[in-house]
Design a protein around this ligand. Sequence first.
Ligand code: MN
Length: 379
Amino acid sequence: MSEIKIVDTTLRDGEQTAGVVFANHEKIRIAKMLDAIGVDQIEAGIPVMGGHEKEAIKEICKLGLRASIMGWNRAVVKDVEQSLECGVDAVAISISTSDIHIEHKLHSTRAKVIEDMVKATRFAKQHGVYVSVNAEDASRSDPDYLIEFATAAREAGADRLRYCDTVGILDPFRTYERVKNLIDKVGIDVEMHTHNDFGMATANALAGVRAGARWVGVTVIGLGERAGNAALEEVVMALKYLEGIDLNFKTEKFREIAEYVSLASKRELPAWKPIVGSNMFAHESGIHADGALKDPRTYEVFRPEEVGLERQIVIGKHSGTAAIQAKFQEYGITLTKEEANDILARVRVAAVELKRPLFDKELAYIYEDYLHDRKKVAF
Ligand code: MN
């Protein structure tokens, strides 16, 4: 099985999200972090936009990163010229292949779409850069036309085809069939570019990999238009733990980059976010906390340190005595089973009143009150 490669488009598709804008120093910081983590290719932006955008891409190219740097283009020669001016070593050449886009957006024809793509691709290849031809809205395109388009791309010298589920309408079963058929018929490297409108971006990316796609397009925390893209951290960890494909990424930096992109994009990082959410390794319910304390593997698939998080036993309404004992042991206090039970009853009352778990300080007060009350009873 050939190696799977990751192209991150946080700086292009991620920034394209309604309401998101990165400052240039943020784009540069994110590019450095992506490179350090192990991303193979960074889609850095859209050179033809000019101004700040073009400057940022030029600067990223000058960083001397290990990763390939890609510029995004429409299937237009002057767009590609702008990319080349930035010093990128790879270009994405994008054009829609679905009839709904060809007719209603491009006001073009199937034949003209192929002609434009071939022209831009040939031009880019003459200048020695790596080319990804992006079939925008591929998932809603006529499969026969898509084969014709991909074959023309391959013959024009394209290095891969980006299969875009632009509006996120695929499911993993359909993805597998379509991508497998495309690869069988055309024999071109395929990148999965999936959107999360039905919550299947990561699953569809994995299905594409099973079907033979060698590249996966992602963004940090799934930042992207509407419901977002397949998330970098989800795809890399799912490949490792569900598919047995270890890309040797520095996954321990995942929480850090997630926090940074969340801050820079002004998008919250929910506690329940897969892989990097703060709740990933927080256990409250009695049975889970007891299991996790005895052996974390009972309720965790991987160690928190692997993604830069920490295990947390939360003390609240659903806690059990084992968690109470373990928590007080952290403060150097050994509780008997009976003491832990008495304190647990008080914890539950407080947690229901407050409608949340308890802070350490609150637990300390509960313990003080408990000792005080017990003395009163004793005398
Ligand atoms: Mn997209």
